[in-house]
Design a protein around this ligand. Structure first.
Ligand code: 6PG
Length: 242
């Protein structure tokens, strides 16, 4: 890993502003260096307010939307207009409000069939976009992640098959506690990113976060260790309580 940083924010507003500034800075660097910035969005509830912030001044004007490309680090196997869809959440809070070409948005085609077929289809989309030769792992400029109270991240849950996946970039997953079929980036893809940014808030995550930061690998989020990239933890004060 290039660097590991931990920022503790006293409020959700501060957390989002810190994340928005960092994302904007990294996007500018990527566009300067490679002509574009490829971002994987996270789902759940925490990032919604960050996405809304990015859709407003000053960020809406500071980001080169035509040079940003959006994927999802995981998705629920529901239609794109379903309330549980991570794509739906990002579209409603951000993508519908900024001048980004629809061709720059790569949602998971959850209508492609069973979760395994959906995962294979999304992996093919990824590989086609990056032009990656077989066996190579694409390098995202930024992967946003959240973390659940059980230490899951994306849809890599404790003791799940996706946790041990080393060949596939995208795998099917099942959230037992939610009875929810999903697809998820796997650790090889996540750990190839130039930057992985965790956004974690809520006292219900404090115990898992402490264990993850202590390196307890029984928690999937502890296995996020970018091989070359930066690892940034942006954490709300209540999630970092001792
Ligand atoms: C999802 C997310 C998942 C999420 C965590 C935290 O699809 O649910 O990708 O990994 O980031 O469960 O969710 P909250 O932000 O709602 O606490």
């Amino acid at each position: 890993m290039s660097s590991v940083t931990l920022r503790v924010a006293d409020s959700i507003d501060e957390l989002n502003l810190t994340a928005a500034e960092s994302l904007t800075r990294r996007a500018h660097m990527a566009v300067e260096a490679r002509g574009g910035c490829v971002i994987a969005l996270s789902g759940g509830s925490t990032p919604r307010s960050l996405y809304s912030l990015l859709a407003q001044p000053p960020y809406a004007a500071r980001l080169a939307w035509r040079k940003l490309y959006f994927f999802w680090g995981d998705e629920r196997c529901v239609p794109p207009d379903h309330a549980d869809s991570n794509y739906h959440m990002a579209r409603e809070s951000l993508l519908a409000h900024v001048p980004i070409p629809s061709s720059n948005i790569f949602r998971v085609a959850t209508e492609a069939g069973a979760p395994d077929a959906v995962a294979r289809s999304y992996e093919a989309t990824l590989r086609s976009f990056f032009g990656s030769p077989a066996g190579a792992v694409p390098e995202f400029d930024l992967i946003l992640l959240g973390m659940g109270p059980d230490g899951h991240t994306a849809s890599i849950f404790p003791d799940s098959p996706a946790l041990a996946e080393t060949g596939r970039l995208v795998a099917p997953a099942y959230a037992e506690h939610l009875k929810s079929h999903r697809v998820t980036f796997t650790l090889p893809l996540i750990n190839q990113a130039r930057c992985v940014m965790f956004l974690v808030a809520g006292a219900d995550k404090a115990a898992a976060l402490a264990a993850v930061l202590a390196g307890d690998l029984s928690y999937p989020a502890a296995r996020v260790k970018p091989s070359q990239g930066d690892l940034c933890w942006l954490v709300g004060r209540s999630a970092r309580s001792p």
